[in-house]
Design a protein around this ligand. Sequence first.
Ligand SMILES: NC(=O)c1ccc[n+]([C@@H]2O[C@H](COP(=O)([O-])OP(=O)(O)OC[C@H]3O[C@@H](n4cnc5c(N)ncnc54)[C@H](O)[C@@H]3O)[C@@H](O)[C@H]2O)c1
Length: 450
Amino acid sequence: MADRYLSFTGTAPGRLLTRRLGLPQPARLRRWSAEQPTLQGRLLHLTAGKSDLDLAPVLALAGLDLDLVPAGSALDLGTENPVAVVLDATGVRDVDSLAEVHAALHPVVRSVAGSGRIVVLGSPPDPADHHQAAVQQGLEGFVRSLGKEIGQGRTVNLVRLTDARAAESTFRFLLSPRSAYVSGQVIEVGDGAGAGAGGTGAPVDWGRPLAGRTALVTGAARGIGEAVAATLARDGARVVCLDVPAAGADLDAVAARLGGVALALDITADDAGARIADALPEGLDVLVHNAGITRDRRLVNMPAERWSPVLDVNLASVLRTTDVLLSGGTLRPGGRVVATASIAGLAGNAGQTNYAASKAGIVGLVRSLGPRALSEYGVTVNAVAPGFIETRMTAAVPLFIREAGRRMNSLAQGGLPVDVAETTAWFASPGSGAVNGQVVRVCGQSLLGA
Ligand SMILES: NC(=O)c1ccc[n+]([C@@H]2O[C@H](COP(=O)([O-])OP(=O)(O)OC[C@H]3O[C@@H](n4cnc5c(N)ncnc54)[C@H](O)[C@@H]3O)[C@@H](O)[C@H]2O)c1
């Protein structure tokens, strides 16, 4: 179901009318395209507090296609609008240095280009220093609030890190059109220790980071799964597309289009993990658990027949197949598991006790298994938590609820399947070995559970 309101506000009369009526003004987001794969313009590097981070070499990366304006340089904000700003606030340790965050961004924020990016860098809160912990936590509130007020398709995210090099893949994602629908997020990047093969080392080719790797995507016959398979194939992966036998024709078409392989299999089958392992004797690098279903009813009206399948598809099969593919060695060192949560799992949603329990379960899985899978198998485990994404699943939502879901986020529009796919591709990158145990919402900073 196309977003007609977004199309209407893109016209001159639509803009005028909606502005007069005080209605939301969604901007047309700039997403990745083969013609314009990167943001182009100035990247302004600012600092607040005394930072020890060696950021300049990472920000100077040619791959970003951004002209770096180093910390301390003067920029004529009247004529030289930055398209991206990185504010290094890792050295903010007290309320006085937190004021430097305000001082750095206050004069700049108005001039950031439409669909531009602001990335604030913070340090992990220090359990031994409650002043540092307080102000570093303060950055979260700052970033989330700025994301809600900045508008024009601009995004604001917080990255907590200790080693700038380990965050290179994260910079490349957040400072690009690929992260168009990711805003108001807090992402922790580790130091990459124990990241396994291809952990923090740069991939051979950032343009095709998954070249030579095999990725399996469940629920790949349509919707978000189809976009994930296509995006991983764009990044060079050989894709194995899995879906239920009933979706066989669509599945075959997707696999053929992407030069991949179709695997018609119900993921809830007891032997699903073993059958995937059999189909991949040479091993697997990226496992994307995307298949999911809803069977909505309020709990008072929900018979067990509507509870069990949702928990089985969305959570139990994810647990079972991950266990089999990890312990059996199908997932190779340097491997990546990306599961699919949902903002309903974070916020709760009336009529979705089953679905929200399954999706919150994914969050629990990622947080528990992530650190262990990395140290034992060299495999990272992360999750995307989509908000309102334009798919058949959301097209089936009643009109008014659908319209509210689309608008009630900082970008005032629904996301596209490709937005979830790009986030998955960032997690899946060989360069993302230091990104582990994270749940990143792809929701345009939805008000739900914010
Ligand atoms: N669309 C959204 O707004 C949204 C929001 C939050 C989370 N999600 C999650 O994203 C994922 C994809 O959602 P979508 O909107 O593309 O859904 P969709 O219904 O369009 O596609 C889901 C796919 O999973 C497949 N599938 C279902 N059960 C399966 C099984 N037992 N074995 C193998 N494949 C199976 C279906 O055949 C289908 O092709 C789901 O996990 C969903 O919960 C979607």
